[in-house]
Design a protein around this ligand. Structure first.
Ligand code: 13P
Length: 249
């Protein structure tokens, strides 16, 4: 049985006061939930979020990492810093990093390797753009993203390898993939994980305009093991509803 993960990606949002308010309101929500709760604040707020969520069943994640322990890498945050801050999971390959910052598959592969070497839970993002969906190449796009990162590069147990399917056209747009569209892609990813890597127990999350109003429909499918949430995770009131949701498969 794969445990559902509800993960918050705060991106470049939530300042000190908002982080404090969030955890004050969030309280013991994760302790009382059946779901695994992950929150990824921006780097400067990781320490605060770690402190405010200590002992409350929340896994604090980073939104990225530079794949070195430490050293002369101006502007970057590396492995030792994440460990020092209590980070247990890292999001890699988010479409905003791929597109806005031009991260190529080779660098993403290095990061996937690094996250595993450091024993951290990997949350690896894949997803197609709207033109790629419209011209029918979405399966090939996903294959390339997954193969280039995972082939001969998976060292951690399946439970610590999570894939997030985030169609770029659904991120921050209010347009959600239909449960059928999401299910088709998740089943495709599930088959690759099983047949190519022998990984049966990895979780596959859906991301892209997930809200309390649409989570139930999306999570009904067997192959959808949770959600990676941007906008609807910023406020505790809405994220709590997502964390408290119970999957009916
Ligand atoms: P939204 O939930 O704001 O669409 O963002 C999804 C996302 O990119 C999570 O990583």
């Amino acid at each position: 049985m794969r445990r559902t993960i509800i993960a918050a990606n705060w991106k470049m949002n939530n300042l000190t006061g908002e982080v404090k308010n969030f955890f004050a309101e969030f309280g013991d929500t994760a302790v009382n939930s059946e779901n695994e709760v992950v929150i990824a604040p921006a780097y400067p707020y990781i320490a605060l979020a770690s402190a405010l969520s200590a002992g409350k069943n929340v896994t604090i994640a980073a939104q990225d990492v530079y794949p070195k322990a430490e050293g002369a890498f101006t502007g970057m945050v590396g492995g030792k810093m994440l460990a020092d801050l209590g980070v247990k999971a890292v999001i890699i390959g988010h479409s905003e990093r791929r597109r806005i910052f031009g991260e190529p598959n080779e660098l993403i592969r290095e990061k996937v390797k690094f996250v595993q070497e450091n024993g951290l839970h990997l949350i690896f993002c894949v997803g197609e753009t709207l033109p790629e969906r419209e011209n029918g190449s979405m399966f090939d796009v996903l294959k390339e993203q997954i193969y280039s990162a995972f082939d001969d590069n998976l060292t951690l147990a399946p439970e610590k390898i999570t894939v997030a399917y985030e169609p770029v056209w659904a991120i921050g747009t209010g347009v959600t993939a239909t449960p059928e569209q999401a299910a088709e892609m998740h089943t495709f990813i599930r088959r690759i994980l099983k047949e190519r890597y022998g990984y049966e127990d990895s979780r596959i999350l859906y991301g892209g305009s997930v809200k309390p109003e649409n989570i139930q429909g999306l999570m009904a499918n067997e192959d959808i093991d949770g959600a990676l949430v941007g906008g609807a995770s910023l406020k505790a009131s809405s994220f709590m509803k997502l964390v408290n949701f119970q999957a009916v498969k």
